[in-house]
Design a protein around this ligand. Structure first.
Ligand SMILES: Cc1cc2nc3c(=O)[nH]c(=O)nc-3n(C[C@H](O)[C@H](O)[C@H](O)COP(=O)(O)O)c2cc1C
Length: 252
């Protein structure tokens, strides 16, 4: 192991960086407009409305202690579709908005450093009732889904982007979270990146626990081909790129 490199990467996990930031010089402090809570829609996107919490059908309540006890990673899924109600629930549980404060701030179902929530949620849908297979993006403010595109060979592209991990191809839906680092950098400058990584964990843990309520399962996956996964969800790989993925499906 290269000692210098190890030191360099360990530094990322520390909060020492904060001492090097002049917080009077951050974009927030200099009065730069904050980035929006949600990535604006491009062009004429078709929006599919999702069901709000009080209208879900077939979502059982689950004992929290049981959910935590039973949580584990699942890599084998039943050959069954997810319903749109179930998907609405999982999206709400992972990135749903609890309270909008203003154009740049909204509280969600998960915590986030400085309430910056530097993520977008894309879905690679292979088998969800009522949805054609394709790539979708969750719109937390509207609690809706933007249809990004439909295409052939989605399963093959997804599995290849996931470094050949075959369970991706069997999952009715894969959550693909991107980060837009500037949402966090606007406030924290170079102290933004560690907390973005921490925040991603909260999102995925809520997915694990929410899956327990619908007899579904997931597996957190951080090993993927960065370029191919970014291309799959059509992001630039610079100002927005994939940070975490999680295939979801029904389990026994
Ligand atoms: C950050 C992170 C990355 C992971 N990446 C992968 C992965 O690429 N492939 C995989 O099969 N599992 C992956 N996992 C799942 C772990 O292997 C799993 O959580 C671990 O073996 C413990 O099992 P449990 O989740 O059932 O408790 C990942 C988990 C985390 C939290």
């Amino acid at each position: 192991m290269d000692k210098k490199m190890i030191e360099h990467y360990r530094y990322f996990l520390k909060d020492s960086v904060r001492l090097t930031v002049d917080f009077y010089q951050t974009d927030q402090h200099r009065g730069v407009m904050p980035p929006p809570v949600e990535k604006p829609l491009s062009g004429e996107s078709r929006i599919i409305e999702l069901l709000p919490p009080d209208e879900w059908k077939g979502i059982g309540s689950v004992d929290l202690i049981a959910a935590i006890k039973n949580r584990r990673s699942h890599r084998t899924f039943q050959h069954k579709p997810l319903t749109l109600d179930e998907l609405s629930f999982l999206l709400w549980a992972t990135q749903g908005i609890r309270k909008k404060v203003d154009e740049a701030t909204a509280y969600r179902s998960v915590p986030s450093a400085g309430c910056r929530h530097a993520f977008e949620t894309y879905l690679c849908v292979l088998n969800v009732s009522g949805l054609e297979p394709g790539i979708y993006r969750y719109l937390p403010l509207e609690h809706g889904l933007a249809v990004e595109r439909h295409e052939e060979n989605l399963t093959e592209r997804l599995v290849e982007a996931a470094l050949g991990q075959p369970f991706f191809g069997k999952a009715p839906v894969t959550f693909i979270w991107t980060t837009l680092p500037y949402r966090m950098e606007w406030r924290y400058d170079i102290a933004a990146h560690k907390v973005i990584a921490i925040d991603a964990g909260h999102v995925c843990q809520n997915l694990y626990l929410a899956c327990e309520a619908i007899r579904a399962g997931t597996c957190a996956v951080a090993a993927y081909n960065q370029t191919l996964m970014d291309e799959l969800v059509n992001v630039d790989g610079d100002d927005e790129f994939v940070i975490y993925t999680a295939p979801v499906g029904k389990v026994k």
